[in-house]
Design a protein. Structure first.
Length: 264
């Protein structure tokens, strides 16, 4: 009987030990719970490192680069736009060679104003300036003057032979000032003339050999033509003045002043 009670006590103790062992399972299970908690603590750290560290760095790097690129682009484009826009301004054209029309405009004004100094400045330095009283250019008998000679001619009282008058054949013996009134600016070419470039407008009985003496490949001319002055003579008083320029690159130098008019 005693033995049975002892066995029963041992069984009770074993049962209690078993219960104690079972109650330790949750304690063992707490370790896996800590492991996920530990992994969750590490995971955000690893995730946060690339995102907050890389994204701001890229944003901070790109923004200044883009800003500096835009600024440098704006700095580069601004002068170009200024140069392009200012190219059409008159002050920028002052240093450029004039077109033949622009050159002729300046020359005809100096002729009207008898500004011999400005006129001389347009004359070809080596070839000088030839004066032809009629359409036919006489390379042997037409008078040619250098720049230096031309400046003082208006006050020169010397009478020169400038060929012969059409029809009569008499010598055209005049001072430069008188020749100027008769065979240069003898009509208001600035106000009343029709203007053409490399095209003849007036045509009389005198042969026009301009393009033979001054080939178009090397020369340009601008003609000022007045169809008539007095209506009663029905155009028999027409006038033309042709300014001949040698083409020197993009520039022009005056080489000839050819007067033309109705001839019998």
């Amino acid at each position: 009987m005693y033995f049975a009670k002892k066995i029963g006590g041992l069984a009770l103790i074993a049962a209690m030990l078993w219960l104690t062992a079972c109650s330790g399972t949750p304690e063992a299970g707490t370790e896996p719970k800590q492991t996920p908690e530990h992994s969750q603590e590490q995971t955000p750290v690893q995730t946060q490192k690339p995102i907050p560290e890389q994204a701001p760095e890229q944003t901070e790097k790109q923004t200044p680069e883009q800003t500096s690129t835009a600024q440098s682009a704006a700095t580069t484009e601004s002068p170009q736009e200024t140069e392009t826009s200012s190219t059409g301004q008159p002050q920028d054209l002052e240093g450029l060679p004039p077109s033949v029309e622009e050159a002729a405009t300046t020359v005809i004004r100096s002729i009207k104003n008898k500004d011999m100094k400005q006129l001389a400045a347009w004359v070809h330095r080596d070839k000088g300036l030839r004066f032809s009283p009629y359409a036919y250019v006489d390379t042997k008998n037409d008078l040619v003057f250098t720049r230096e000679e031309l400046e003082g001619l208006m006050n020169d009282s010397t009478k020169r032979v400038w060929r012969t008058f059409a029809g009569s054949g008499d010598l055209i013996e005049l001072t430069f000032a008188d020749y100027y009134k008769r065979f240069v600016y003898d009509a208001d070419f600035i106000q009343k003339a029709e203007i053409a470039v490399n095209k003849g407008l007036g045509q009389g009985t005198t042969i026009n050999n301009l393009n033979e003496v001054y080939p178009k490949e090397q020369y340009d001319f601008v003609e000022y033509h007045i169809a008539g002055i007095d209506p009663s003579v029905e155009g028999m008083d027409w006038r033309s003045l042709r300014l001949v320029f040698e083409k020197i690159g993009e520039d022009h130098a005056l080489v000839g002043i050819i007067h033309d008019q109705w001839t019998p």
